[in-house]
Design a protein around this ligand. Structure first.
Ligand SMILES: Cc1cc2nc3c(=O)[nH]c(=O)nc-3n(C[C@H](O)[C@H](O)[C@H](O)COP(=O)(O)O)c2cc1C
Length: 199
């Protein structure tokens, strides 16, 4: 492949996907039909706790993040698993139709799951939108914007003499002079070739 980063030019947004019992950051969201109750797809990695929640439930919410979102929300939902921490204790939310939506967002979409497609690594869930609201009219954050600004958003600092390795796929930061042998990103499972060194 000459340069797979061309996929970053596919305009995707930044969302917090929530279910009654879990949630994670997602960018792999698409509107697949129009009308009063459009279909919305979201691809969720099978290893994510959120995938289990989606499979065990009928409803999900997408909170649309703006460019001025507090980056702690991205870190909380994107770099941690609900298996280890309660993400809802760290981020302010409001309950809508039984699902928590993020207050620091531009609004939310509530969907009922109507279909799913499995592949090796992900499940593509398709939901019918049953509720939605716009709570803030500022600019949404695109996944491309996140990729371009992730160093400053995630405050990748190497000032204390540490070398930082940043995953170019999801933004996870590993601090250390060298990446360990056989290192895989704990978030997106990409290998060392996808990490950029900052020092
Ligand atoms: C910017 C960003 C975008 C992400 N996009 C997706 C995505 O589209 N689908 C997905 O399954 N995980 C995505 N992730 C990874 C999950 O948010 C992450 O693995 C999370 O820790 C899973 O938490 P859970 O185990 O509580 O479900 C993304 C992470 C980041 C930081």
């Amino acid at each position: 492949m000459k340069n797979s980063k061309i996929t970053r030019k596919i305009t995707q947004g930044m969302y917090v996907l929530t279910t009654p019992n879990g949630g994670c950051m997602v960018d792999a969201v698409s509107q697949v039909s129009a009308g009063d109750n459009p279909l919305i797809s979201v691809a969720v990695m099978k290893k994510n706790f959120t995938n289990e929640c989606m499979n065990n439930g009928k409803i999900f919410a997408l909170s649309v993040l703006g460019e001025e979102v507090n980056p702690e929300i991205i870190k909380t939902f994107g770099f941690n698993s609900m298996r280890d921490i309660n993400k809802f204790e760290k981020v302010k939310t409001t309950e809508v139709m039984g699902v928590k939506v993020v207050n620091d967002s531009l609004g939310y979409i509530i969907c009922e799951i109507v279909d799913k497609i499995e592949n090796d690594t992900h499940t593509l869930f398709i939901g019918k939108m049953i509720e939605g609201d716009v709570t803030n009219d500022k600019s949404p954050m695109s996944y491309g914007y996140y990729q371009e600004h992730k160093d400053e958003l995630l405050k990748v600092t190497t000032t204390n003499g540490q070398t930082a390795w940043v995953c170019t796929i999801c933004g996870y930061v590993y601090y250390g002079e060298m990446l360990p042998d056989g290192f895989l990103c704990p978030i997106c499972k990409m290998d060392a070739s996808h990490f950029e060194k900052k020092n």
